[in-house]
Design a binder for this molecule. Structure first.
Ligand SMILES: [Zn+2]
Length: 464
């Protein structure tokens, strides 16, 4: 005789057997997010990106030949149950942080953290690649505006003809009191100025090149909707902004050749006459310049004595620090010698008298390989220094305006005086071997807002 309990048991076993097992599997894998294979992807790089093992990836997708996964293949990503949609790679835009990315792409912050294995908010920086799920149609919201001082979301909504409750939903706020002043608000409406940045003051900000690199000249260009006062800093150096055109401003900034690689900070503040303020801070990746080490050099010990080098460095720093409001150049710079035979490159790490590689080469050295020793002005400018220094020898400094300076060291003689205005190609001196030099050569350096940069870039590129 079968007891009721046994009946139940049999029923349970039967029902397990009846349930179609493949369907269960299909359901659970349908819940996994999908990644579309991109050019250059391999099973290993995809596994690495999502922090899973290649074996799990192969098993979840029943891949028979892991060496052959065509671009465009949808791949299920195990370990991310609960996240649905297609995972897309998106470059973090300027102004991005966890909150703005969450709002703009309508993805919960926790999901972004999980998918991108973030351990710190600073891992979202300009140029970082984020993995974001996308459901069906692209659902990206546009930054609409920042909340002005004393403005409520209701007023902002009215101004942009939007529904205030929609704004609350889009921006993941339960009450209007949850908005902070100057927060960027997202909407399905086009922004006031159609700009990327979501501020009524700023249309766009361009930073070139990206990522930042040791020893490079960095251009920060800001397009505005009205005349503004701009200030800010890049990698802890205060920026000097100049007006290029109406509602267009630029800062030319050198990145120190020995700046610490990693995340550098860009901060900007924009202000107009109404005291509307936009303040913003953004981490940006700073990469090493991969400069080689020169052979260790031996020089007269007195030229390394801090009592001599420090006041001399300080003198040069003071001269090259101020930014003249006029811009004197309009073109690429020209080579300052007749035959540009380079003896030593900018940025190489240097060791003097067994110091260890704590120094770097601050300019480019042209050796003597021409029939003459002529030195020419590489661009128009005002001569702001002529003198003889212990380390740099007979030296000349030209101010090209907007914080850009050229320095010419170790000369045999100079042909200009302080206050002279020189034109491109004008004879300014003669190559020599004065000061801390191992032989006759011209050391030419370029300063961009108080920092020495790769001079050869200025021969190739028309800055800003
Ligand atoms: Zn040099």
């Amino acid at each position: 005789m079968i007891k009721p309990l046994q009946l139940i048991r049999i029923f349970v076993i039967l029902s397990i057997l009846i349930v179609p097992i493949p369907k269960v599997e299909a359901q659970s894998s349908a819940e996994l997010p999908v990644y579309i294979v991109q050019t250059g992807d391999t099973i290993n790089t995809i596994a690495l990106r999502f922090g899973i093992s290649p074996q799990d990836l192969i098993a979840a997708n029943q891949i028979s030949n892991p060496d052959l996964i065509p671009v465009g293949t949808p791949i299920k990503i195990p370990g991310y149950e609960g996240i649905t949609g297609t995972l897309r790679l998106t470059a973090a835009p300027l102004g991005a942080n966890l909150r703005t990315v969450s709002r703009q792409y309508k993805v919960e912050e926790e999901v972004i953290i999980r998918l991108n294995q973030l351990t710190s908010p600073s891992q979202i920086y300009v140029g970082s690649t984020l993995i974001l799920p996308e459901q069906g149609q692209p659902s990206e919201l546009r930054p609409l505006s920042t909340l002005g001082e004393g403005k409520t979301p209701l007023e902002t909504a009215a101004r942009f003809l939007s529904n205030p409750w929609k704004l609350l939903i889009y921006n993941q706020k339960e009450t209007t009191a949850r908005f902070l002043s100057h927060e960027v608000i997202f909407s399905d409406l086009p922004g006031e100025n159609g700009g990327l940045f979501g501020s009524p003051l700023i249309k766009n900000i361009e930073i070139t090149p990206l990522p930042l690199r040791q020893g490079k000249t960095q251009i920060v260009r800001v397009y505005t909707t009205r005349p503004l006062i701009l200030s800010g800093s890049l990698n802890n150096v205060a920026l000097s902004f100049f007006q290029e055109e109406e509602n267009q401003y630029v800062a030319i900034q050198g990145i120190h050749a020995m700046a610490k690689p990693g995340l550098a900070s860009l901060s900007l503040k924009a202000q107009d006459d109404d005291q509307s303020v936009l303040e913003f801070e953004q981490p940006i990746l700073l990469e090493p310049g991969y400069y080689p080490q020169d052979v260790p050099l031996t020089v007269d010990p007195s030229t390394l004595d801090p009592e001599i080098t420090q006041p001399e460095d300080e003198l040069i720093r003071t001269i090259t620090k101020s930014a003249t409001p006029q811009r004197y150049w309009n073109d690429k710079f020209r080579v300052p010698v007749d035959e540009p035979c380079i003896r030593s490159w900018f940025g190489s790490r240097r060791s003097y008298n067994n110091s260890g590689y704590i120094y770097f080469h601050t300019g480019v050295d042209y050796g003597v390989c021409a029939n003459n020793l002529n030195i020419y002005a590489p661009a128009p400018g005002r001569v702001v220094y002529v003198g003889e220094l212990t380390v740099r020898g007979i030296s000349t400094i030209i101010d090209h305006g907007w914080g850009v300076y050229s320095g010419f060291w170790h000369q045999n003689a100079t042909k200009v005086n302080v206050g002279d205005f020189v034109e491109t190609g004008q004879l300014i001196g003669e190559i020599g071997g004065t000061g801390r030099a191992t032989g006759p050569h011209l050391h030419w350096e370029v300063w961009a807002n108080g920092v020495q940069v790769e001079p050869l870039d200025w021969l190739e590129k028309d800055y800003p």
